[in-house]
Write a protein that binds this ligand. Structure first.
Ligand SMILES: Cc1ncc(COP(=O)(O)O)c(C=O)c1O
Length: 455
């Protein structure tokens, strides 16, 4: 193994181990240092401006530098920077945010929020809630969690165990026992059918078969993203989620909606599961909950789940106590930011803007697809968009990883002032939800120029 630290003179890569990154690669390709942000724009250390086509990491829903959020954080900071939610104390912003979140999820029937610091932790809490819920209900064998292939639920060992892509898992095996993945309904890449409805039915049936194979009495919950994000922006057929809800009901299995990306407007609806017309038992939030101004996660549950934790035993060490929590759970600055952020999302009706501008974005990209055979698929919902580049559109043959096709296009876009993120050859477009059609035109033109240059 090479010691890259001695040879590396670039301060940005000398002392930090970056997430999801190879040290040797970054030493040669130092990251762009982002210094400023304003609305849909960010600026780098040299003052160059970019449209933030990633909204940070699909989280800055209301845009950068919003005065209302900064003010809320400052006001809270002047009062109290931190106090704990453990051991009989709490803080006002957490109390208020709990009320806001339960109000905003009335259609889903959520009645309680459990706070953490991000998406992985929100999922982690959900899985522990599920296991304890079934113990409380007198069915302790229901410990297994089923998720989808290509799913992304985070990086902590529990969340990672629910992920459905080997790339994330294999260096960290063995993971937590009791996690299983079933086929995801991926319209563009599946060996079964090109009929969306038939695909939704088939994948729901495969889930049911997996449940029956294990025995329903061993399954605690099913978890999925309403639209798969890091797996490549995979929008399921319309019938999939309702069928999954039916199956979960048939076998009394809890349904968890991982709304870390889809929550708070991204898909053109306030909630991802609301788009599909289903009510999960647990919803996990992070990212858009406060647009990333201060780290925050939340795991919400309906009364069916919450009631199992409310027993006649009112001692603090009752087996019904949820023995889980992080120091920064319900951090006052994060909750104050969330309250201000959610107010903006509601008052500016950002879900509606994401729906309209997202549909226009997809239409424009499909038009570009007619001129470029390397665009295999354009897909998405709201401002959660994927563009899959392929070597041969007839056979859907991908590029060799060594060709770095997607990365070269992303670099070109960056040169021209647009930040978009490629996962190999699939582009993930997830800008702030305040994006306008004029921004879309600029982004699409830059993307097409990059395609022309690299093709
Ligand atoms: C659907 C989903 N769940 C969970 C996570 C993990 O969130 P975090 O990175 O905040 O731990 C992510 C992150 O991208 C995500 O996309």
């Amino acid at each position: 193994m090479r010691d890259t630290s001695a040879a590396n003179n670039d301060k940005s890569t000398r002392s930090i181990l970056y997430p999801f990154a190879n040290i040797s690669h970054l030493a040669k390709n130092p990251p762009l240092v982002i210094e400023g942000g304003d609305g849909v724009y960010v600026t780098d250390a040299s003052g160059r401006r970019y449209i933030d086509g990633q909204a940070g990491l699909w989280n800055v829903n209301v845009g950068h530098g919003r005065e209302e959020i900064k003010e809320a954080i400052r006001t809270q900071l002047d009062k109290l920077s931190y106090y704990s939610l453990f051991g009989g104390t709490t803080v006002s912003p957490a109390i208020e945010l709990g009320e806001v979140l339960t109000r905003m999820t009335v259609p889903e029937g959520m009645t309680r929020a459990f706070f953490s610091s991000g998406g992985s932790e929100a999922n982690e809490a959900a899985f522990k809630l599920v296991r304890q819920y079934w113990r409380q209900r007198g069915e302790p064998t229901r410990i297994k969690i089923i998720s989808l292939k290509r799913a992304y639920h985070g990086v902590t060992l529990g969340a990672l165990s629910a992920n459905g892509a080997n790339a994330y898992r294999e260096a960290y095996e063995p993971l937590i026992p009791g996690f299983f993945q079933v086929e995801t309904p991926h319209a563009y890449r599946n060996p079964f059918t090109s009929d969306h409805d038939a695909l939704g039915t088939l994948c729901a049936e495969l889930l049911e078969r997996e449940i029956l194979y294990h025995g329903p009495q061993t399954i605690g919950a099913f978890v999925a993203e309403p639209v798969q994000g890091a797996g490549g922006v995979i929008v399921p057929p319309t019938n999939f989620w309702p069928k999954v809800r039916e199956i979960c009901d048939r076998y009394d299995i809890l349904m968890i909606s991982d709304e870390v990306v889809t929550g708070f407007g991204r898909v053109g609806n306030m909630m991802g599961c609301r788009h599909w017309g289903v009510q999960p038992d647990i919803m996990n939030f992070a990212k858009g909950i406060n647009s990333g101004y201060v780290p925050l996660g939340a795991t919400m549950m309906n009364s069916k789940v919450a009631d199992a934790f409310t027993t006649d035993d009112d001692t603090s060490f009752s087996p019904a106590a949820f023995f889980h929590g992080n120091t920064y759970a319900g951090h006052p600055l994060a909750c104050a930011a969330a309250i201000a952020n959610l107010k903006i999302i509601e008052e500016e009706d950002l879900p509606a803007n994401a729906g309209t501008v997202g549909a226009y974005f997809i239409e424009r990209l499909k038009e570009v697809q007619t001129r470029h055979h390397n665009i295999g698929d354009v897909r998405g919902l709201g401002l959660m968009i994927g563009v899959e580049l392929v070597k041969d559109p007839e056979t859907k043959t991908p590029f060799e990883l060594s060709e770095n096709f997607g990365a070269r296009i992303a670099d070109h876009c960056r040169e021209k002032g647009v930040l978009i993120r490629n996962l190999a050859d699939t582009f993930i477009i997830s800008p702030p939800l305040i994006l306008t059609k004029a921004h879309v035109d600029e982004m699409v033109d830059v993307f097409e120029d990059a395609l022309k240059a690299v093709e």
